[in-house]
Design a protein around this ligand. Structure first.
Ligand SMILES: *Cc1c(COP(=O)(O)O)cnc(C)c1O
Length: 458
């Protein structure tokens, strides 16, 4: 084993700009619109987000400087290592070379801190004192709590009731970083009070938590709202992952043939994929695969439509692949992948053939995650296990075809706060859920009267 396992960059080699794929798209992204199809301008978003982030959201400038104070904080855990999964390769008896970019080394344990820090920073310099957000399983809530403490903002997180009760450790992390975390629905917003009046025992949902966090932000002094995925600026902040990876591969003179990431809202996948898509548009032969759960197959079975980001339809309509905003996915353990929509930018590059998408079942994901843990040591998040499952499929195919392919996994986070899912798997309590066509049809029938996105060009 004289092979190099870990490819690292020095602090100084960390990228100093983000890559904005909006500069290079074959066609521009359709704008967000209202329910009657009117495009929404930046000013309409001003009560919710600070103008400097709204400007990033619509920017078409190819490279955007990462502010010095943001670089200083990212350096706590970045550049993150790129590792060769040599022991996993051996276990699979594959000629493929498998590499993984370990985003689980951030303080909160996932890639989400990469955007939490700049979002907190831009709010701070805009004069904002307090941020609100929502969290499902708690990965985003803990990242934004940490970022707010390091930057110097107050932070309040609305956490979906069922996760709040079942996953107390994420809340304790948020409290340790000085943030307030309350169960949603709460009695502190109109939306929350209305829902509790109808059903005091509701488990809550991400959509309700989003509504509460936005209501809090627009009705409180010096407060704005923030989101951990889906939006253009969030995906751009994550491109530091792919930019670092390209530098790391350049050091060992390797280029990947297949790039794989799991897709919830699309941010970790985009962060790795977009810098490689730019090579693909320049003629490089590379496959880029987004992986989602069969239980929530947004890219593979959801149509490309205008839909809202939440059940209450508080957000503008976004052009994206969607299962319909009323779709409630089965309770799979990969909570971060249970979202009805997909980032407009990820949906757009799929529509223009720059990426592929695939869906994998839950049990295959856990089996793959356990093999990874038992060969490479690190225990992956349930979300990350989807990327690993697909990488294993590709490695097996490489063996069958006798090809020495280079496979790259974006290892989005560790699973140390999600061990109950592993226990359920060992106890034989987990199932595969394929989404029923009738459920999808019903959910889509509720958005059939919304405006339609422009036809594909070319
Ligand atoms: C939140 C999360 C995801 C899914 O979100 P994306 O925006 O699609 O990246 C994936 N992996 C981990 C570890 C997460 O915390």
């Amino acid at each position: 084993m004289s092979e190099q396992i870990k490819i690292v960059l020095t602090d100084d080699e960390m990228p100093k700009q983000w890559y904005n794929i909006q500069a290079d798209l074959p066609q521009p992204l359709p704008p967000p619109v209202t329910k009657d199809g009117t495009p929404i301008g930046p000013d309409a978003l001003a009560p919710v987000f600070p103008m400097n982030l709204i400007e990033q959201e619509v920017s078409t400038q190819r490279w955007i400087d990462i502010p010095e104070p943001v670089l200083d904080i990212l350096k706590i855990w970045r550049p993150s290592p790129l590792c060769r999964a040599l022991r996993l390769e051996k276990a699979l008896n594959t000629p493929a070379k498998i590499y993984y970019k370990n985003e689980g080394v951030s303080p909160a344990g996932s890639h989400k801190a990469n955007t939490a820090v700049p979002q907190a920073y831009y709010n701070k310099i805009f004069g904002i004192k307090r941020l609100t957000s929502e969290t499902g399983a708690g990965q985003w809530g803990s990242s934004i709590a940490m970022a707010c403490k390091l930057i110097g903002l107050e932070c309040k997180v609305y956490m979906v009731r069922i996760s709040f009760d079942q996953k107390p450790f994420r809340k304790m992390m948020m409290n340790t970083w000085g943030a307030e975390c309350i169960a949603s629905p709460s009695n502190q917003t109109n939306t929350g009070r209305q829902i509790l009046a109808q059903d005091p025992n509701t488990p809550g949902s991400l959509a309700i938590a989003i509504s509460e966090a936005i209501e809090d932000a627009v009705t409180s002094k010096d407060t704005r709202y923030c989101l951990g995925s889906v939006l253009n600026h969030v995906l751009m902040h994550q491109t530091i992952i792919g930019l670092e990876t390209k530098k790391q591969f350049a050091k060992i003179n390797v280029t990947p043939d297949v790039v794989i990431g799991c897709c919830g809202g699309g941010s970790n996948f985009a962060g790795m994929a977009f810098p490689f898509i730019s090579d693909k548009m320049n003629g490089k032969d590379i496959r880029i695969i987004g992986v989602e759960p069969e239980a929530c197959p947004t890219l593979t079975r959801g149509p490309y439509v205008y839909d809202s980001g939440d059940v209450a339809m508080m957000t503008p309509l976004l052009a994206m692949h969607s299962l319909g905003h009323a779709f409630v996915p089965e309770p799979i353990h990969a909570g971060g992948l249970r979202y009805h929509g997909m980032a407009p930018l990820v949906s757009h590059v799929l529509r223009y053939g720059l990426i592929e998408a695939t869906a994998v079942p839950q049990l295959e994901c856990y089996k793959s995650a356990v093999l990874f843990a038992q060969t490479e040591g690190f225990i992956p998040a349930p979300e990350t296990s989807h990327a690993i499952a697909q990488a294993i499929r590709e490695a097996n195919r490489a063996r069958e075809e006798g090809k020495e392919r280079v496979i790259l996994i974006n290892w989005s986070g560790h699973g140390l706060m999600d061990l109950s899912g592993y226990q359920a798997y060992f106890d034989g309590k987990l199932h595969d859920y394929a989404m029923a066509q009738a459920d999808l049809d019903l959910s889509l029938s509720k958005i059939k009267d919304l405006p339609k996105p422009p036809a594909k060009v070319g």
